[in-house]
Design a protein around this ligand. Structure first.
Ligand SMILES: Cc1cc2nc3c(=O)[nH]c(=O)nc-3n(C[C@H](O)[C@H](O)[C@H](O)COP(=O)(O)OP(=O)(O)OC[C@H]3O[C@@H](n4cnc5c(N)ncnc54)[C@H](O)[C@@H]3O)c2cc1C
Length: 388
């Protein structure tokens, strides 16, 4: 383990987290992968263990720890091999809760952040729309101010925790003519009249619920606006740094898990009278893959280190997601190959890993969009600034 970034306390945390996941989560994974639902008790257990509060203020019940505790949580969640379960947890803790913590008023934080930390309330973040996800500024959902309320109309899609969460963090247009300068962020309870959700069937992430959500004249108090009106786009962009780094870290962790599994398998599987890890073609391929994974991991740690110090790392986090998710798909593809026919079987981990990993270059900004952002920053010297 890299002691440049991880202290003895971090290691102890990793160990206790591994023990917890093995005992409390792993026995249920197959059931949740089949049902597409994660039972409520595990959210509460995560809350009791303090896992949702790692990065959040003590005032609301959090632990206010450095970002490497989050890195450990993300890595270990990948290594139990259910991208869907991991997504439920990090979409709540780092997509929905990040907005609540950064833009929510004190009252909103008491009402939503504190119970999110204890695991009593689950959140989701609703940005993508059926008409387009990459073009965030082109969203069509509107929020119209009427007296001391806002009325929301429109729809969102592909929302993680979209069916079973208790509250929704929603981006909507408060000034439709103003493009990306007319978006605001709201919070609303699931049971507000006019909200309906439809569960979607999908290739991977099967333990997570992904939903299309409709808003039909949903009326919420004006105080449910988070942050300033029309500042939603910079808020979203600012938090994309963390989201992209999270997806980069998830990618290096699942690739490492695939490599560790394949290494063990290759040391036991015999072909032509020797274990398959003796074949040079496989040894060299494995070495290349291990190198790619390690380079991404080291890069991701360095970006986490800088983000933890408060640097604005939008460029590096974008690179992290772009490279690490491609690397993970490639590593997992080849690790499945190392297992031969067993790689294709559901009793072995590679089939699910392959499915789950494929979302990496799509969710939270596609690779094409990430390249666009990088081209603007590198070739056109465009400078993205944090929201003020
Ligand atoms: C399982 C799952 C979970 C998700 N969870 C959430 C969530 O919790 N919350 C949320 O808000 N969203 C979520 N998403 C949505 C995800 O972020 C979007 O799918 C993603 O941003 C892409 O948007 P899109 O699907 O509308 O694709 P589109 O924007 O329609 O893009 C289609 C294709 O065109 C390409 N393309 C588009 N514009 C350009 C361009 N300018 N240049 C080059 N190529 C371009 C894209 O790269 C892509 O290949 C989730 C998606 C999935 C599948």
């Amino acid at each position: 383990m890299n002691s440049m970034y991880f202290t003895e306390e971090h290691q102890l945390f990793r160990q206790s987290l591994q023990d917890f996941l093995k005992k409390e989560v792993v026995p249920h994974i197959e059931k949740w992968e089949k049902s597409g639902t994660v039972e409520r008790f595990i959210w509460e257990k995560f809350g009791e263990m303090g896992f949702f509060g790692l990065a959040y203020p003590e005032e609301y019940g959090g632990l206010n720890l450095d970002l490497f505790y989050t890195v450990i949580l993300l890595e270990e969640l990948q290594k139990i091999n259910s991208g869907g379960f991991a997504a439920n947890i990090w979409a709540h803790a780092y997509l929905a809760m990040t907005h609540v913590n950064a833009e929510g008023s004190h009252d909103i934080k008491e009402k939503y952040l504190a119970p999110s930390i204890t695991g009593e309330k689950i959140g989701c973040l609703c940005i993508t729309e059926p008409f387009g996800g990459s073009d965030v500024a082109g969203m069509r959902t509107t929020a119209v101010k009427k007296g001391d309320t806002y009325v929301i109309n429109g729809s969102k899609t592909f929302i993680t925790n979209g069916v079973y969460s208790d509250y929704l963090v929603v981006a909507a247009k408060t000034n439709p003519e103003a493009g990306n300068k007319g978006i605001s962020i709201f919070i609303m309870d699931r049971d507000t009249p006019g909200i309906s959700a439809t569960k979607l069937d999908k290739l991977g992430w099967r333990a997570s619920d992904t939903a299309e959500i409709a808003f039909d004249n949903v009326t919420i108090p004006a105080s449910n606006l988070m942050g300033e009106e029309n500042k939603g786009f910079p808020y979203i962009m600012q938090h994309f740094s963390l989201e992209r780094l999270i997806m980069g870290i998830n990618a290096h962790a699942r690739a490492e898990y695939a490599l560790d599994y394949a290494k063990q398998y290759m040391s036991e599987r015999i072909a032509f009278g020797k274990t398959i890890d003796r074949f040079q073609a496989l040894r060299h391929k494995f070495s290349d893959l291990y190198t790619d994974m390690t380079i991404c991991k080291e890069f991701n740690y360095s970006v986490a280190y800088r983000l933890n110090k408060g640097e604005y790392v939008v460029k590096e986090a974008t690179m992290s997601k772009l490279k690490s998710t491609k690397m993970a798909d490639d590593v997992i593809y080849h690790c499945l190959q190392f297992l031969g026919g067993y790689g294709y079987m559901e009793e072995y981990p590679m089939a699910r890993l392959l499915r789950d990993s494929r979302l990496g270059p799509i969710g939270g900004g596609t690779s094409e969009i990430l390249r666009e952002i990088l081209a603007k920053m590198i070739l056109d010297n465009k400078d993205y600034k944090p929201a003020t």
